[in-house]
Design a protein around this ligand. Structure first.
Ligand code: GLU
Ligand code: ZN
Length: 293
C-alpha cells in the first residue's frame, strides 16, 4: 500500500496554528511512510466559502514548506459523486428526509425529557424518522425542500459491529449513534460534511486520515458510512489540539494565530513549526521527523 495523507481545510478563513499542526502531521506522516501528502479544499458550504481563501491557504502551506502532491481537490467540483453516494444510501433504506428547521429541533429538544445527548450537545431527536410517506409535507420532492438524515440504528443493523484503527487510541469500536441521525445532505447544498469526506477520502485513496481529536466522534459516523458504501477504511491519527499555557484550547479564529499574521510579524516558518512542537508536548512523539530534517 502506498501511503497517502491529506490536509482538508475549509476556505472560510486563513490558516491558523491549529491548521498548521494538522498539516504538519499529515505531511510528516506521508514523508515517514514514503507516501504522498494531498490537499483538499472542503468548500461545499458555499454560504461561508470566500474565493480569496483558496489561494491564501495554498500560500501559507507553501511558506510552511508543506508541498502537496498533484492538484488540490475542490469538493465543490464533486457534487455529482456525493449525490450518487446519497442515492446508494437511499436504495439501502438508511436515510430519511427531514423537514425540521433548526428552531423546531431546538424547541422539541427543550420540551423533551431526557433528550438524547451527544459529545457536543443535544442530538437530533428523530422527529422525522418515522414520518410515514403520507404524512410528509406535500411538496415537490426536490432537494431544496428537505435535508436527508442517516438512520443510525437501521444503518448499524445492516452493517453489524464495526471498528476503526487509530494510531494513538488503538482499535475503537464504532458507536453508531454517538452523533445520532446526522444530516448527510443539507437542503441548501445537497450534501454535508460526513458524506463528502467519506466519498473523497476514498476517491483520493487516503490511507491515513490525520486530524484533530475534536473530530474523533465524526469518525464513528464516517466508518459506518464507509461500510454502507463499500469504501475502504483508512487508518486514523487523531491528534491532540493545541492549547495555551493554561491548558485551554486555542480558539480557531484567533487572528493573532493566523499563519499570515505570524509571518507578517517577522516570524520564520521554522520558528512557527518550533512553536507548534512546543505547544503539543503530547504529540511530540507522534510522527518522528524524517531523517533529513
Ligand atoms: N474540513 C475539516 C476542518 O476544517 C476537516 C475535515 C477532516 O479532517 O475530516 O476541520
Ligand atoms: Zn426532521
Amino acid at each position: 500500500m502506498i501511503a497517502r495523507t491529506r490536509f482538508a481545510p475549509s476556505p472560510t478563513g486563513r490558516l491558523h496554528l491549529g491548521h498548521a499542526l494538522a498539516a504538519q502531521l499529515a505531511h510528516a506522516l506521508a514523508r515517514r511512510l514514503g507516501g504522498a501528502f494531498l490537499l483538499r479544499h472542503e468548500d461545499i458550504d458555499t454560504t461561508r466559502v470566500r474565493e480569496e481563501y483558496y489561494a491564501a491557504i495554498e500560500e501559507d502551506l507553501r511558506w510552511l514548506g508543506f508541498a502537496w502532491h498533484g492538484e488540490a481537490l475542490r469538493q465543490s467540483t464533486r457534487l455529482a459523486a456525493y449525490a450518487a453516494a446519497l442515492e446508494k444510501l437511499r436504495a439501502l433504506g438508511v436515510v430519511y428526509p427531514c423537514y425540521c428547521t433548526r428552531r423546531a429541533i431546538q424547541h422539541e429538544v427543550a420540551a423533551m425529557l431526557g433528550a438524547p445527548q451527544g459529545p457536543e450537545g443535544p442530538l437530533y431527536p428523530g422527529t422525522c424518522r418515522s414520518l410515514a410517506a403520507a404524512a410528509r409535507p406535500r411538496q415537490p420532492d426536490s432537494a431544496s425542500t428537505h435535508a436527508w438524515r442517516l438512520d443510525a440504528h437501521k444503518a448499524a443493523a445492516l452493517t453489524g459491529p464495526l471498528s476503526f484503527c487509530d494510531l494513538r487510541h488503538g482499535t475503537l469500536e464504532v458507536q453508531p449513534d454517538l452523533l445520532g441521525d446526522v444530516v448527510l445532505a443539507r437542503k441548501d447544498i445537497g450534501t454535508a460534511y460526513h458524506l463528502a469526506v467519506v466519498v473523497d477520502d476514498a476517491y483520493q485513496e487516503i490511507s491515513h486520515v490525520t486530524r484533530g481529536e475534536d473530530l474523533l466522534p465524526a469518525t464513528h459516523v464516517q466508518r459506518l458510512l464507509q461500510a454502507l458504501l463499500g469504501l475502504p477504511a483508512p487508518l486514523y491519527l487523531h491528534h491532540p489540539l493545541l492549547r495555551d499555557e493554561t491548558g485551554r484550547r486555542l480558539a480557531k479564529r484567533h487572528d493573532s494565530l493566523a499563519i499570515a499574521a505570524l509571518r507578517h510579524a517577522g516570524m520564520s516558518a521554522a520558528a512557527v513549526l518550533a512553536q507548534l512542537a512546543a505547544s503539543t508536548p503530547s504529540s511530540g512523539g507522534l510522527v518522528p521527523a524524517a531523517a533529513d530534517e
